[in-house]
Design a protein around this ligand. Structure first.
Ligand SMILES: [Zn+2]
Length: 120
């Protein structure tokens, strides 16, 4: 998965592209989990008032940047620059941690078994 991230990430990617990369990585992680037959712990969910498997929150652009640092793809200085640039861009365009617009209807996670319960 990390190799995949290294392959797909580049310094020339726009934040929008980073957002879709996060989305692909989140999907990839879900697929890997399914293939290995790994299940998250069960939990009582207050959002849908049912007991179901705990879902991992989606991969954010910030966690993507930190993963790249851990792998040595970027150095500390680059990480600090990217992080600051992302924070600025995110505030300017009112995006969530995954690079999605928060004020557009229809972007809320669907209330299915696949919904995520991460704080935004
Ligand atoms: Zn739920």
């Amino acid at each position: 998965m990390l190799a995949e991230l290294q392959k797909q990430w580049g310094k020339t990617l726009s934040w929008e592209e980073c957002g879709s990369l996060c989305e692909r990585m989140t999907e990839f992680r879900t697929k890997l989990k399914l293939e290995k037959g790994l299940r998250g712990p069960m939990m009582h969910c207050r959002q849908c008032n049912a007991v179901h498997e705990m879902r991992l929150p989606p991969i954010t652009i910030r966690s993507l940047l930190f993963a790249l640092r851990k792998q040595g793809v970027v150095c500390d200085t680059e990480l600090a620059q990217l992080d600051a640039a992302w924070k600025r861009y995110r505030a300017q365009h009112r995006l969530d941690g995954c690079g999605k617009r928060r004020d557009v209807p229809g972007t809320a996670p669907p209330a299915s078994a696949d919904h995520v319960h991460s704080p935004r």
